[in-house]
Design a protein around this ligand. Sequence first.
Ligand SMILES: [Zn+2]
Length: 253
Amino acid sequence: MAKATKVRLLDSGTLVIDQSHITWNVGCGTPVRFPVYSVLIEHPEGLILFDTGFDRELVLEKLAFELPEQTEQQTIPAQLALAGYAAGDVDAVVNSHLHFDHCGGNKHLVNATTYLHEDEIREARSPEPFEVLGYADRSWDHPGARFSLLSGDVELADGVHLFHTPGHSIGHYSLLVELEGSRPLLFMADVSYTPAAYARDHQAGFHWNPVAGVRSIRRVKALARAWDAEIFFTHDMDEFETYKLAPSSYPAS
Ligand SMILES: [Zn+2]
């Protein structure tokens, strides 16, 4: 058994939402541009991609108010190429959840098995009325897609841990990656968007169950302490600008 050797962050571009969606209904009327990225895990057991960004055309068609910015270089195939891979090289896709900004590139990963929580796929295929926009991209459900449905916490490969952290969505997973020779990396996906919100136990204004969401924030904090993990925020521009992006890696080569 061996741990992951490298983690690379794949830049997917940016979107705009209202501040109130980031900080629990506070700050209405202030638009905020935020990053979207995916996490590529190079592991002896295979190449794993956690989340796949958004599809610019889909967002322009169905959520144009989020003002998507994504260059050709920020698509999943181009970002994988930056890291030295083709889309067909990815063995496993894990979707933290199936909101459109986390699954838009699944369709490119034709040789991968898609791992996700069993409740998430059910919800995305038949969303509650208030979740319809979040689940607007159904291209992950393409012909030929192979799904492996999960429940509870899972160690997907040696040192690649998925923790069920529901609230933002019903089947939401956070990711912790153990690395040879450095601290574990903890990606909480959409449990909380920014350091300020996380410090106050504030989740995003968009959620499936806010009580579960607060419990998941506290769980992520407990995990970060227990594992002495380095925390990554998914949708915070200031944090994102401090991260190393592909082709750079964690740890540096
Ligand atoms: Zn998101």
